[in-house]
Design a protein around this ligand. Structure first.
Ligand SMILES: Cc1ncc(COP(=O)(O)O)c(C=O)c1O
Length: 459
């Protein structure tokens, strides 16, 4: 096929780019929306439309969409040592500083940091570390891993299997064997009449324990979870008492806990980590996204001493720890991440998020007055709205008539970009947002919900 030669970025996009999470067929006729520049929490497309980015793009642009200071740091780092690797005992100051700082702020005592470039790579690495650990412990059969229905942990082969969303598996012949899925602890949607959050959490924990016993605890190596569940769960905080019960079960059967902090880490939930907000004591922590305010591709796995001792034991037995990525510990990406952590300190990120959290909650919890909104739950500057067809029975819109995509489309008309799933709106604006901008976000979302209701009624 001859490629179309044109100066239009729209036509060149259609001719050349395959987009993630995009219907390839539809894209041939719709083409892209091209984004041109950013300013604080707003982005502008090439037609000059301005949007408040209510999802920090992919939960990541914590400091907004343009940053002179970080550009200067990247420029200086690139001039000094534009690249070097950290394989075979090589190191660089920026990578060491980043590891140091991550150990200082870790949500549980951690021993070492492994650096990569994406959340998927971090979770994939954590998965391999789980297997490496149990092999070192002489328990190679502890290979199965549990994640949760509706969770998202990445797009590599390992992490897409951890991801509990069937839409991501269809067409790829996934998931492979050995991946198990616990229930999504969605109290509002799934509780029985009269069932409290604590009772619901007990039911979820019982169901997890039954799964473990069915499979054999001696075959299960780890439980992966994000503290506040993103993915198809749509910014879903755990119900009361959930993680206490889950962690008691994991301890009982000697199953490692991996906290996926890719979206919750770095202030989003009102603490540095979602693990602190939700009471997790993980053996491994993965983080990315806001680690560099999304300005550079960098991620990390924080490794507890327990797991590090296994790595040492394997070094004695097998030789080198043979795992790594060319760009892990990159001096430029690490320099930018270090500067981002400095900015977080200077702006008192946690204080800022905690100060805004009540207004954020009040703004979006008020939307439960709207006929389409059944429930709101969230922490810090992260929350999820449950969209329902009928509030009294908590009934969702039927398949094929889901309201999430409608709200998404109409919000854009009002200059608001959202992250929606079929029945949920996830709210996660850049952490530099102000109280006035939260109000603006709430107003735009209200207008989008009103329009969605009118459209549904007219259909
Ligand atoms: C909870 C969670 N884990 C992992 C990932 C994967 O991160 P990445 O896209 O950087 O590979 C994501 C991406 O959105 C995520 O939300």
């Amino acid at each position: 096929m001859t490629r179309l030669l044109s100066n239009s970025v729209h036509e060149r996009d259609i001719a050349a780019l395959l987009h993630p999470s995009t219907n390839a067929r539809t894209h041939l006729s719709t083409g892209p929306q091209v984004f041109d520049h950013g300013e604080g929490i707003y982005v502008y497309d090439d037609a000059g439309n301005r949007y408040l980015e209510g999802a920090s793009a992919l939960w990541c642009a914590s400091l907004g969409f343009a940053n002179e200071r970080l550009a200067k740091v990247a420029y200086d780092a690139m001039k000094r040592l534009g690249y070097y690797q950290i394989f075979r005992h090589a190191s660089n100051e920026a990578a060491v500083s980043l590891a140091d700082r991550l150990l200082d702020i870790a949500p549980a005592p951690m021993s070492k940091v492994l650096l990569q470039c994406s959340g998927s790579e971090a979770n994939d690495t954590a998965l391999k570390l789980v297997w490496y650990h149990w092999n070192a412990q002489g328990k190679p059969q502890k290979r199965k891993v549990i994640s949760r229905i509706d969770s998202y942990h990445g797009s590599t082969i390992g992490t897409i299997c951890l991801t509990g969303i069937p839409d991501f598996h269809k067409g790829f012949g996934m998931p492979y064997e050995g991946y198990l899925y616990a229930e999504c602890p969605h109290w509002y949607r799934d509780h029985h009449d009269g069932e409290t959050e604590e009772q619901f959490s007990q039911r979820m924990a019982d169901s997890l324990e039954a799964l473990i016993l069915r499979e054999g605890p001696e075959t299960i190596g780890a439980f992966f979870c994000d503290p506040i569940q993103g993915g198809a769960a749509g910014a879903l905080p755990p119900p009361a008492g959930y993680f206490e019960r889950v962690q008691a079960i994991l301890r009982k059967y000697d199953i490692l806990l991996v906290a996926d902090e890719v979206i919750c880490g770095f202030g989003r939930t009102g603490n540095m980590w979602g693990s602190q907000t939700c009471g997790l004591q993980p053996d491994l922590v993965t983080c990315a996204k806001a680690l560099s305010a999304a300005m550079q591709p960098v991620s990390a796995v924080l490794i507890s001493d327990r797991v590090f001792q296994s790595i040492l034991a394997q070094s004695d037995r097998l030789g080198s720890f043979v795992h790594g990525f060319t760009y892990g510990g990159h001096p430029v990406t690490c320099a930018v991440a270090n500067e981002v952590l400095t900015i977080y300190e200077e702006m008192d990120l946690i204080g800022h998020v905690q100060a805004l959290a009540p207004h954020f909650r009040a703004t979006f919890a008020a939307l439960t007055d709207h006929p389409l909104v059944g429930h709101y739950a969230g922490h810090g500057l992260m929350g999820g709205l449950q969209l329902v067809q009928d509030k009294a029975t908590r009934r969702l819109f039927p398949e094929g008539r889901e309201v999430g995509p409608i709200v998404d489309r109409l919000a854009r008309k009002h200059g608001l970009i959202l992250r929606t799933t079929k029945h949920r709106v996830s709210l996660a604006p850049p952490l530099i947002i102000t109280a006035e901008q939260i109000t603006e976000m709430g107003e735009k979302l209200t207008r989008a919900l009103d329009d969605a209701l009118a459209e549904i009624k007219a259909a």
